[in-house]
Write a protein that binds this ligand. Structure first.
Ligand code: HEM
Length: 422
């Protein structure tokens, strides 16, 4: 972790004894209390804490759900109904877990867009960002497998469509795709065997996620937080201790987020899901429109925008893979989009494209929708591969304040405080 000092002083005899043998309290104090935080962080910086809460909430509710859930094709659907109707507070656990998945993705998308806007991926935060992208991939895999568990119509057909994508590899090497798909399924179609292995992996992956989050936060504490100005902490007056300042701000953000979470969990628990998933899985009846959960829709639109199956699969995975290279694709000298008059427009065009792709992904793959999905898919990739490198070269950024202190307190007062050594 970063080398800042800890103000921790054990006061009890036991505290001193432990500190001399395992300075764990000292370490936690250094990272969660003394950790210097930029004094100008806004509420978009509360989403990391909110995401940590979401992960813990998913694990806790998930473990209790697992005590009542039955991962077999015959019992899965009914066991979920039983949880909702008969298990004490089962309805609450199930609502929190199902709505929680959506809230987790909502927070993750806000967190990612915050990073993109303020250039948090730029040096020295490349590894922090890359771990973030790995987290995003693990979240997607976890949610995809979790959605299969209620074994409703969308569970079965969603798994069928997405796992079948691997069969497109047949066009590269005959038989390769089919072999992979049958290996994933554990048979010649999606069945209870597939459900059982998805359940095993759905239980495992959140712990992998927890490990990745640990690395993510470790990397963050080595390089320090970025800030809305895109400036790093240079002097003591640029920062405040993490506790009580960031912790209390995080608590306010979390409270607002929980209001939204509870509103869905208590009043609209099924609003974000698909009604067809309350029809038990039936391999003999294909739903007219197979759509994934809302958080996968932009990627689904990209998949369907490309006429060839293999091309669609490559584009869909490419849409995530390109994120790994963002720290090197952005050639701008300043981090924060706040000081980038030209790039700012492209940023919002990109955000709009993602929303548009999400909406198009929910529509049937018909002529007009596919046309627009192609337009926005083009921009999605052009943004990273053309706009980011070129605009960074040509744009003249606005004047960036001399320091974080100056950005908050103004030039005169800031200049007086800023020279203070940390
Ligand atoms: C389980 C999911 C995640 C958790 C629990 C998590 C947690 C955190 C926390 C606690 C912070 C510090 C507070 C903050 O800046 O909000 C942070 C910062 C950051 N995260 Fe994440 N994160 C997650 C996913 C992601 C993803 C998917 C990405 C990007 C693809 C990402 C990229 C970043 C970056 C670049 C920062 C530094 C931000 C800055 O200082 O400006 N994170 N994360």
């Amino acid at each position: 972790m970063s080398g800042h000092e800890s103000t921790y002083e054990p006061t009890t005899a036991f505290g001193k004894w432990l500190d001399a043998r395992l300075p764990i309290v000292r370490m936690v104090h250094a990272q969660a209390v003394d950790f210097p935080t930029p004094r100008n962080l806004n509420y978009w910086w509360t989403f990391g804490g909110i995401l940590s809460f979401c992960l813990v909430a998913q694990i806790v509710t998930g473990i209790v759900l697992a005590m009542h859930y039955q991962p077999s094709a015959e019992l899965a659907f009914d066991s979920v109904e039983r949880i909702r109707r008969d298990v004490n507070f089962g309805w609450l656990l199930r609502n929190l877990h199902a709505v929680g998945a959506s809230m987790f993705f909502l927070a993750a998308y806000i967190h990612i867009f915050r990073g993109l806007y303020y250039g948090s991926y730029k040096a020295p935060r490349e590894v922090l960002w890359i771990i973030g992208v790995l987290i995003f991939l693990a979240m997607m895999a976890t949610a995809f497998m979790g959605y299969s568990l209620p074994w409703g119509q969308m569970s079965l057909w969603g798994v069928t469509v997405i796992t079948n994508l691997f069969s497109s590899l047949d066009s590269i090497w005959k038989g390769l795709g089919t072999t992979i798909v049958e290996w994933l399924w554990g048979g010649y179609s999606v069945s209870g065997v597939t459900l059982n292995r998805f359940y095993a992996l759905h239980y495992l992956l959140p712990f992998v996620l927890a490990g990745l989050v640990g690395l993510h936060i470790w990397a963050l504490h080595v390089v320090g937080q970025n800030s809305p100005t895109g400036l790093d902490i240079k002097t003591k007056s640029d920062s405040v201790p993490f506790t009580p300042y960031a912790t209390s701000k995080d608590a306010v953000g979390m409270f607002a987020f929980l209001l939204l979470f509870c509103w869905f969990a208590f009043f609209l628990p099924d609003y974000l899901g698909h009604a067809d998933n309350y029809i038990p899985a039936n391999p003999l009846v294909t739903p007219p429109h197979i759509v994934p959960e809302w958080y996968f829709l932009p990627f689904y639109a990209i998949l369907r925008a490309i006429p060839s199956k293999l091309g669609g699969v490559i584009a869909m995975f490419g849409a995530i893979a390109v994120l790994f290279f963002v720290p090197w694709l952005d050639t701008s000298k300043v981090r924060s989009t706040k000081y980038r008059p030209l790039y700012r427009w492209f940023f919002w065009l990109f955000a709009f494209s993602c929303l548009a792709l999400g909406w198009l992904g929910s529509k049937p793959a018909e002529a007009e929708y596919v046309f627009w999905a192609r337009v926005f898919t083009f921009y999605y990739f052009a943004h990273f591969l053309i706009v980011m490198p070129l605009v960074g070269w040509f744009e003249t950024p606005l004047k960036v304040p001399g320091s974080i202190t100056e950005a908050v307190l103004g030039k005169d007062k800031g200049a007086k405080l800023a020279p203070a050594k940390s």
